[in-house]
Unconditional design. Structure first.
Ligand code: SAM
Length: 282
């Protein structure tokens, strides 16, 4: 979709792009094609797209033969999509809020997620994907650059935090490229980036992910503090010291030094020892 086509489509609906809904439409056809290629979209693939807008990305994925299920919140855009793409047998539109629509069972398995996400809801939506019993086999998202950096951050860097740990329990993540504001209309006030996520073959079960995410969240609440000080009040300082020792980690280690896998072990040790402390005496 070029600028003239977008303007004509906006005019036909008598609408202006809304900031609250993150309506920054992609204008660069080369970039759109690059997204479809890089996401590995092929015939028969099941794709979940959030925020199809005027269908610029959607129609390329449909042309590639993918089955696309797209969730669009804006009624006017949903109406536009029904009239332009509604006749295509591989297109399925869900009119609603991607933060609320039931995702489980929405698409046949396996499915993949490809989208130029509305930035305001990207963290909530990604959190929902991470919580699914069967998350998408891969994700390819346009995101606010800072969000992509946080998700893909490696230990020891300033962007690494609880969100990185939580996402990296489920996905191997890479920031593919930074995208300037000019390729969108209207241009967003921030830079964007393309993020690739590949589902890990070995994923911890849900309860392990939950307890690990909880420990990481508490540890990173005070990221400059040593782990023993941030986790001590919740799990007991002796318990934290013992867990770190079992793992061969320094007693004064800070959270940004631990990988997602180390957080899994740490949370498991903490729970094990907490459980032992809580157990009734025989
Ligand atoms: N895919 C189109 C493109 O690349 O040009 C539009 C992307 S635009 C960044 C974000 C789209 O998400 C808009 O169409 C907007 O109406 C839609 N949107 C915003 N919030 C949403 C939500 N909570 N659920 C579903 N769609 C939403």
């Amino acid at each position: 979709m070029n600028k003239q086509e977008l303007f004509a489509a906006l005019e036909s609906l008598g609408m202006r792009p809304g900031r609250g809904l993150g309506q920054n439409f992609l204008l660069d056809n080369n970039l759109l094609e690059c997204i479809v290629r890089s996401a590995g979209v092929v015939r028969g693939m099941n794709i979940l797209e959030v925020g199809p807008g005027f269908g610029a990305l959607t129609s390329l994925m449909l042309d590639a033969g993918a089955n696309v299920c797209a969730i669009e919140f804006d009624r006017r855009l949903a109406g536009y999509l029904r009239s332009t793409l509604g006749g295509r047998s591989n297109f399925h539109l869900v009119e609603g809020d991607a933060c609320k629509v039931a995702l489980d069972g929405l698409l046949p398995m396996p499915f993949h997620a490809v989208a130029n996400l509305p930035y305001a809801v990207s963290s909530v939506f990604i959190a929902r994907l991470l919580e699914l019993p069967e998350p998408p086999a891969s994700c390819f998202f346009m995101l606010q650059k800072e969000m992509a950096q946080r998700l893909a951050a490696v230990p020891g860097t300033g962007n690494y935090g609880a969100l990185s740990v939580r996402a990296q329990l489920v996905y191997d993540l890479t920031l593919e490229r930074v995208v300037p504001p000019e390729v969108f209309f209207p241009p967003p006030e921030v830079e964007s980036a393309l993020l690739r996520g590949t589902l890990k073959e070995q994923r911890p079960p849900r309860e392990v992910r939950e307890r690990t995410a909880k420990a990481a969240k508490v540890a990173f609440n005070q990221r400059r503090k040593k782990i023993v000080n941030s986790l001590g009040p919740l799990y007991g300082a002796d318990n934290v010291r013992a867990a770190l020792e079992t793992m061969g980690l320094a007693a004064d280690i800070r959270p940004e030094r631990l990988t997602a896998d180390q957080f899994i072990i740490l949370a498991g040790e903490l729970e094990k020892n907490n459980g032992a402390a809580d157990a009734p005496e025989k």
